[in-house]
Structure formats: C-alpha cells, structure tokens
Write a protein that binds this ligand. Structure first.
Ligand SMILES: Nc1ncnc2c1ncn2[C@@H]1O[C@H](COP(=O)(O)OP(=O)(O)OP(=O)(O)O)[C@@H](O)[C@H]1O
Length: 302
C-alpha cells in the first residue's frame, strides 16, 4: 500500500524550475532513496513532501494528507531530519528531546530512544560537547521523538567517519524494522545500495530512473571491465581490434579495458599470444556508481 504518493510535482524558484514533474509512490515500511548530483532537486522535492515548501504544480499525499492543506495533522505523523541542522550549543540532549517531544501528541519513550541511538549517559551533555556522530544521532532521535509513521532523512551520514556511518546504517535498519517508512536523500552510492529498497535517481529536476539498487546496476551490467598492468608496452589497437573490446583507457601504468561478454578471455589470450604478462589483473564489478554515471552523466561526488 502506498503511504506517500507524489504526482507530477513541480517547484519553481522564480523562473528556474527546480522540480520538473516528479512522480513516485512509497510503500509502507519501505526505505525509498532519492539519489542525484548536487542541485538535482532532491531537497526541494522532500521539502514539498514535508510541507516546508509550497509546490507550483502536481499533488502530494502522505498517509492521505496534503502537506499544504493538512500541515498540522501531517506534523504528528512525520519525522524530519533536516540537512545540516544545528542546535544551540548549550541545550542538553535531554532538553532537546523533551522540547521536540512536546510538539507531538504521541511521544516516544525518550529514555529508550536515547539508549537505542547510543546516547545513553549523554542526557545531560550539552549539544556543543557532542561529537559529530553523536550530534547526527541526536538529529535522528529528534526526527523519531514523535513516534512518526514516516521519517524523511536528508544527508544522513554526511560528515561522519566510516564507523559512525555504519552504526547509523544499522540504526536506520532498526527503525525501518519497527515499521517506520523512510525517505532517504543521499548522494552516497554505498549508503543507497545498503539501505534502500528502491531508489529514484533525480537529475535536473526529473526522475531519470526508479528501480531497486540491483535493477539500476543491471541496466549497465552488460559491461565488464578489466584492469591490469602490462609487463611490456603494446599499441591500443592490439586490444581495440578485438570485437569484445569497446574502450581502452590508460591510467599511469595500468590499462583499463571495457567491453561485453567474454572480455576477460579475449584480452587474456591476445596478451598471452604476445608474451605480455598482465600483472595486478582485476575484473571490476559494475557498481551503482557506474549506473549513476550512465544515467546522469555526472559523478556521484559532484
Ligand atoms: N530558495 C531557493 N531559491 C532559489 N533557488 C534555489 C533555492 N533552493 C534551491 N534552489 C536551487 O534549486 C536547485 C535544486 O536545489 P536542491 O537543494 O533541491 O537540490 P539538491 O538535489 O537537494 O542538491 P544538494 O545535493 O546540493 O543538496 C538548485 O539549483 C538550487 O540552487
């Protein structure tokens, strides 16, 4: 059952169309990813879902509520983690949770929430004394303090170290397992791949693909890539003349060959016939990064 329905959403900033006819549905209990390069319109889209921005066209329904018309009702069932939110340095963890909790009719048990988020023992700690990872966890706790049915998390793990990121991912899975539907805005491929059931890839205000992570990578998976360091020089044409090879790039001492089926066998046998040894040979898997580049023509970091 769809708990969020977005149909032909349009948002203009002056004469600039930031969101240009976006449609998607999110099922109950799903983690739905919105992935795209900077400026693609991800945050604007979720702000229209949250009712923080008015839309210029289309319709949005969250649990049957229109964020613009039924804002007060919606706030009771929606948890929001804002991109780069900051609290005053001196507010204590417990105070922040009590304050945010006071906005909701159905408050979560804040002691349990604090434990679950690994902030046990930090109730009296001022926000400014928390580590980056702890501040991030608190912002997630604040999104969950109203026992929401739907949580929107924007740039969940930006600025966290690798361990804190993995811990946050575990936490989000627990939240989902407790029945909360999640929209996750991210430009990290590993995060999207690990957490999301489905991903909408957004570029220039439009959805360019909507699929499972595996479905997205399958779109470009006919390609294989072989990387190696040759023991002797050879002309590009040696490999480019093979029907299995589509492209050849050189990167320092390495050669990267891209092509179709049976690429490895074809390359290996030509090299062997020419007495060239392929050191550090690696067959690279097509990743969500590759799918992203193929779909948007941009690298995920930009
Ligand atoms: N208040 C605003 N006024 C004018 N233009 C805006 C405003 N907010 C965003 N934009 C522009 O709208 C486009 C979409 O912005 P948005 O923040 O939704 O993108 P995004 O995909 O979330 O990007 P990022 O990954 O950098 O957060 C960008 O070109 C941005 O510069």
């Amino acid at each position: 059952m769809a708990i969020i329905e977005v149909q032909d959403l349009v948002k203009d900033y002056g004469s600039f169309r930031a969101v240009d006819g976006i449609s998607f549905e999110v099922g109950e209990g799903e983690i739905f990813g919105i992935l795209g390069p900077n400026g693609a319109g991800k945050t604007t889209t979720v702000e229209c879902v949250e009712g923080l921005r008015s839309r210029d066209g289309g319709s949005v329904k969250v649990m049957g509520l229109d964020p613009e018309r039924d804002g007060a009702e919606l706030k009771q069932v929606l948890g929001i983690q804002l991109q780069e939110s900051r609290l005053p340095d001196r507010i204590r963890v417990g105070e922040a949770l009590d304050l945010y909790g006071s906005f909701y009719r159905q408050r979560a048990d804040t002691d349990r929430l604090i434990e679950k988020l690994g902030l046990g023992g930090k109730r009296k700690t001022p926000y400014g004394k928390l580590s980056g990872g702890q501040q991030q966890r608190l912002s997630i706790a604040l999104a969950l303090v109203g026992n929401p049915r739907v949580a929107v998390l924007d740039e969940l793990t930006t600025g966290l170290d690798p361990q804190a990121r993995r811990d946050t991912w575990d936490l989000i899975e627990q939240v989902r397992n407790s029945g909360v539907t999640i929209i996750l805005v991210t430009h990290f491929m590993d995060e999207a791949e690990r957490l999301c059931d489905r991903i909408a890839v957004v570029d220039s205000g439009k959805i360019v693909a909507l699929d499972t992570p595996a479905g997205l990578t399958a779109r470009v998976s006919e390609e294989q890539r072989v990387r190696f360091r040759p023991s002797a020089e050879f002309p590009d044409s040696l490999l480019l003349d093979l029907p299995e090879v589509a492209r050849l790039e050189r990167s320092g001492p390495h050669v990267v060959v891209t092509g179709g089926e049976h690429l490895l066998q074809a390359v290996a046998s030509v090299l062997a016939r020419n007495q060239i040894v392929a050191a550090d040979l690696r067959v690279e898997q097509v990743s969500l990064d590759d799918a992203f580049v193929a779909l948007t023509g941009k690298s995920p970091e930009n």
